[in-house]
Design a protein around this ligand. Structure first.
Ligand SMILES: C[S@@+](CC[C@H](N)C(=O)[O-])C[C@H]1O[C@@H](n2cnc3c(N)ncnc32)[C@H](O)[C@@H]1O
Length: 229
């Protein structure tokens, strides 16, 4: 099957910037206190579950995967860009990273105890997000958790330069209500969301950032008719 143009463009763009992205972005993550707080909540939810490992999907250079690992989470990374996967592998020798796309994951139904998608859905055209969220729902085990970090807003930009390189990359800002609606439509239940203002160093280029935590409902083994009350 022919790959959609946007996927090819995202892979080429991140292959181009992988080495410089790995120098520039992980230090910014260190300062994202609110995002890290949501990752801590996520870690508390999945750490002791026996539902399966956590996939950091669109992991880039792997710093969020490593952060989850430092929080005691059994995490591995998946990314569309082979160059990003190569950077992640040589930076975090003890962790596992694989090539793959969130539009069609090479994972069995219910294989994961959790998914983190940290600023990695932002290159997917909004009309394709239902495909991605359905895929997240498919690979999560009942009782598993999803955490998405994304740019809040309502705009689309086509970048021709980023991280010191010429490239061609689309970025989408979406209203948190829209993302919540699309996630909920798959059957996932949204448990929490956090929207933060840009920090002083992020202004004026960045706007609000959003973090959404959702869960695939556990399968109920109880027969409601057999309840004693
Ligand atoms: C903005 S970077 C975020 C990287 C990392 N999560 C972070 O927070 O720094 C977006 C990443 O998502 C990856 N990506 C984009 N589309 C993807 C897809 N369909 N499947 C998997 N990864 C994807 C890109 O290759 C890139 O590494």
């Amino acid at each position: 099957m022919t790959e959609p143009t946007y996927l090819h463009a995202s892979r080429v763009a991140y292959d181009t910037v992988a080495v410089d992205y790995a120098k520039l972005v992980p230090p910014l993550f260190e300062g994202d206190l609110y995002g890290r707080a949501m990752l801590s909540v996520f870690a508390d939810l999945v750490r002791d579950s026996d539902l399966g490992p956590v996939a950091d999907i669109g992991c880039g250079p792997g710093h969020v995967t490593a952060h989850l690992h430092s929080l005691g989470v059994r995490a591995f990374g998946i990314d569309l860009s082979p160059k990003m996967v190569a950077v992640a592998r040589r930076t975090h020798l003890d962790l596992q990273f694989e090539e793959g796309s969130m539009t069609g994951l090479d994972l069995a139904d219910g294989a994961l105890g959790g998914i983190v998608a940290w600023y990695s859905t932002v290159h997917t055209p909004p009309e394709q997000l239902p495909v991605v969220f359905a895929e997240f729902h498919r690979v999560l085990a009942p009782g598993g958790h999803l955490l998405i970090g994304f740019k809040a807003g309502d705009k689309h930009r086509h970048l021709e330069h980023a991280y010191g390189h010429d490239l061609s990359l689309d970025v989408y800002w979406l209203p948190p209500d829209t993302v919540e609606e699309l996630v909920s439509r798959t059957g996932l239940v949204v448990d929490a969301r956090l929207i933060r203002e840009p920090t002083e160093s992020e202004k004026p280029r960045q706007g609000r950032q959003a973090y959404l935590l959702a869960r695939k409902p556990a399968e109920s083994s109880a027969d409601p008719d057999s309840s004693p009350r």
